[in-house]
Ligand binder design. Structure first.
Ligand code: FES
Length: 156
């Protein structure tokens, strides 16, 4: 006995198959977006210490160092370092110079220039990281060592 010839897909069958396919794609995309939303970026504790440039390389004000995920702030001959990783879920904050604050693009947290939380959902301040100099005079940030804000500044 031979199999019956395949029936052509009806319009209704095609639309049902297309709807199932689109639902599967939408579900997968929603799951990906949800995972991306709740998964923190690489936390600073997983990054090692960074040797930066000589102090003269940093202009007055805030300088973002993307490889180290930090901001170096210079005021004359004084320097300090703040983590650029939002304490909510780890997005990189942006310096808003006119408002003198750090803004997180992900969920709207806002931090002062000292790293204190102005607006959540972040509940903890941006870590102030220990900044020293190596034997050659270059800045060295110790990413695993937070310091109190009143100990943040080093004078060159
Ligand atoms: S990562 Fe959520 S507010 Fe910054």
């Amino acid at each position: 006995m031979t199999d019956p010839a395949p029936q052509p897909l009806s319009r209704r069958g095609f639309l049902q198959a297309a709807a199932v396919g689109l639902a599967a794609v939408a579900t997968g995309l929603a799951a990906f977006m949800a995972a991306r939303f709740i998964t923190p970026a690489l936390p600073h504790a997983q990054l090692s210490d960074f040797t930066l440039d000589l102090p003269a390389a940093y202009p007055e004000g805030q300088s973002f160092v993307p490889t180290a995920r930090i901001f170096i702030e210079r005021r004359g001959n004084r320097f300090r370092c703040l983590s650029a990783e939002c304490t909510h879920l780890g997005c990189i904050v942006a310096w808003n110079a006119p408002r003198r604050e750090f803004d997180c693009p992900c969920h709207g947290s806002v931090f002062t220039a000292d790293g204190a939380v102005l607006k959540g959902p972040a509940a903890r301040p941006l870590p102030v990281l220990r900044l020293t100099r190596d034997a050659g005079g270059r800045l060295l940030v110790q990413r695993r060592t937070s310091v109190a804000p009143d100990q943040a500044w080093i004078t060159i």
